[in-house]
Design a protein around this ligand. Structure first.
Ligand code: NAD
Ligand code: MG
Length: 403
C-alpha cells in the first residue's frame, strides 16, 4: 500500500478502542491516528495520545478538556484537545480521515457514526446501537455517500466473511434469497447465566453479570450478553447490515464455546462458518485491512483444547430480552429505538444496583407499551425524540420501583 490510512477512533479508551490501538501499533507504516476520543479515563486517553500522537483528542466537556490539556502539556504532547458532541462529528468527517472506528457505547455513538457514513468514510462499526436506533437511515446514508461499511461485531464480521462478496458489499442491490442464502445463523454464547435456574437470576450481581465466560468487554455489553439483549440488538443489527428483511432470515443458536462466530446457510445445504478464538482483534484487523488480511496478534485456534462445539436453542422464558427484541424488530418504526433506550437506562440501573437483573426486561416491556403507540419515525429527529421519551419513561419506572 502506497500511502497511510488515516483513522479516527471514537471511544478509544474502551475495550474495542484499546484492541484497535493494539492492532494499529503493529503497523505504524500502514495507519496513522487522526483523532482519539473518550468520555472518561482521561489518564488513559493521555497515554494513548502520547503513544499514537493524534492531531486531536476529543472529550465530552470543557473541564475534562482542561484536565487533558494539562496532562498532555506535561508530556510535551502536541495533540490538540477538543470537546463536545459537535467535535466528535468534526473528527469523524474531516477531509483527511479515511477510516472511522465507531466504538462509543450506546446511542451516544449514533450521530458521529452517522456523520462518518454521510461523509463517505470507511466505517468500522462496533457501535451496534447506531443500527438499532436508526438502521434504515444509517444504511441509506451509507448507500448515498458510497461509504464502505465493515461490521466489527464478531458475529456480523463472521457473517460478512462468509456471504458472497458482491452481496456483502452492496446488500441492498439484491435479496439474500437471490444469492442462494437460506438464512443467517447468529451464534450466542448464552452468557454467564446460561445454566442458572430462573429463581436464582433474581439475585445476580453486576460483578457476576460482567464476568463473561469467553469475552472481555465493556460493562454495558457484558450485561447485555448476560440478559441476551445483546443478541436481540444483534438480530436487529444483522437485519440492517445484510438486508435480512424477512422474519425467517435470521435464526439465533446458542453456542457456549464462542468459537463459531456465526454462520450462513445456503440453499444447497452448505453451511459456511467463520471460526476463531474469541478475540476482537480478529474482526478489527479484518475491518482495517479489508480486503487484505494482516497479522492481528491473535493466537491460533487450538482445536484440541476446544475439544467440542455445542449448540442449543435459546431459552426465551428465562431470557425474555431476546423475545422483546424480536418483537420490536417485527413492530418496526421507533420500537427498536425505544427498546434500546429503555435497555440503556435499565442496564445503568442494574449496574448501579437500583434494579434487579430480572427487572431489566420488565422495565423495557413497560416502556415499550407506554411509548410505541405515540412514536412517529419519519426522521432522525423523530427517532431521537422517541429515544428521549423512552429514557424519561424508563427513569420514571425506575423511581417507582426502586429495589
Ligand atoms: P466500553 O464501555 O469499554 O467503551 C466505551 C467507549 O465509549 C469509551 O471510550 C468511553 O469513554 C466512550 N463513551 C462512553 N459514553 C460516551 C458518551 N456519552 N459520549 C462519548 N463517548 C462515550 O465499551 P466497549 O465494550 O468497547 O463497546 C463499544 C461498542 O462496541 C458498544 O456499542 C458495544 O456494543 C460494541 N461491541 C463491543 C464488543 C467488545 O468486545 N467489547 C464486541 C462487539 C461490539
Ligand atoms: Mg457480538
Amino acid at each position: 500500500m502506497s500511502s497511510k490510512q488515516i483513522i479516527t477512533i471514537l471511544g478509544a479508551t474502551g475495550s474495542i478502542g484499546v484492541s484497535t490501538l493494539d492492532v494499529l501499533a503493529r503497523y505504524p507504516e500502514r495507519y496513522e491516528v487522526f483523532a482519539l476520543t473518550g468520555a472518561s479515563q482521561l489518564e488513559k486517553l493521555a497515554e494513548q495520545c502520547v503513544q499514537f500522537k493524534p492531531r486531536y483528542a476529543v472529550v465530552l466537556d470543557a473541564s475534562s478538556a482542561q484536565q487533558l490539556s494539562t496532562m498532555l502539556k506535561d508530556h510535551g504532547s502536541a495533540t490538540e484537545v477538543l470537546w463536545g458532541e459537535a467535535a466528535l462529528s468534526d473528527v469523524s468527517t474531516a477531509r483527511e480521515v479515511d477510516f472511522v472506528m465507531a466504538a462509543i457505547v450506546g446511542a451516544a455513538g449514533m450521530r458521529p457514526t452517522l456523520n462518518a457514513a454521510k461523509a463517505g468514510k470507511r466505517v468500522l462499526l462496533a457501535n451496534k446501537e447506531t443500527l438499532v436506533l436508526a438502521g434504515a437511515l444509517f444504511m441509506d446514508a451509507v448507500r448515498e455517500s458510497g461509504a464502505v461499511l465493515l461490521p466489527i461485531d464478531s458475529e456480523h464480521n463472521a457473517i460478512y466473511q462468509v456471504l458472497p462478496q458482491a452481496y456483502r458489499e452492496n446488500p441492498y442491490a439484491d435479496r439474500l434469497q437471490n444469492v442462494g442464502v437460506k438464512r443467517i445463523l447468529l451464534t450466542a454464547s448464552g452468557g454467564p447465566f446460561r445454566k442458572m435456574a430462573a429463581q436464582d437470576l433474581v439475585f445476580v450481581t453486576p460483578e457476576q453479570a460482567c464476568k463473561h465466560p469467553n469475552w472481555s468487554m465493556g460493562r454495558k455489553i457484558s450485561v447485555d450478553s448476560a440478559s441476551l439483549m445483546n443478541k436481540g440488538l444483534e438480530v436487529i443489527e444483522a437485519r440492517w447490515l445484510f438486508n435480512a428483511a424477512d422474519k425467517n432470515d435470521i435464526a439465533v443458536i446458542v453456542h457456549p464455546q464462542s468459537v463459531v462466530h456465526s454462520m450462513v446457510e445456503y440453499m444447497d445445504g452448505s453451511v459456511l462458518a467463520q471460526l476463531g478464538n474469541p478475540d476482537m482483534r480478529t474482526p478489527i484487523s479484518y475491518g482495517l485491512a479489508y480486503p487484505e488480511r494482516i497479522e492481528a496478534g491473535v493466537k491460533s485456534l487450538d482445536f484440541f483444547s476446544v475439544g467440542r462445539l455445542d449448540f442449543e436453542s435459546p431459552d426465551l422464558t428465562r431470557f425474555p430480552c431476546l423475545q422483546l427484541a424480536f418483537d420490536a424488530l417485527a413492530a418496526g418504526g421507533a420500537a427498536p429505538a425505544i427498546l434500546n433506550a429503555a435497555n440503556e437506562v435499565a442496564v445503568d440501573g442494574f449496574l448501579n444496583k437500583a434494579l434487579r437483573f430480572t427487572d431489566i426486561p420488565v422495565l423495557i416491556e413497560s416502556v415499550l407499551e407506554q411509548c410505541v403507540a405515540t412514536s412517529s419515525t419519519e426522521s432522525l429527529e423523530a427517532l431521537l425524540g422517541a429515544d428521549q421519551a423512552a429514557r424519561q419513561a424508563a427513569r420514571a419506572w425506575l423511581q417507582g420501583h426502586s429495589c
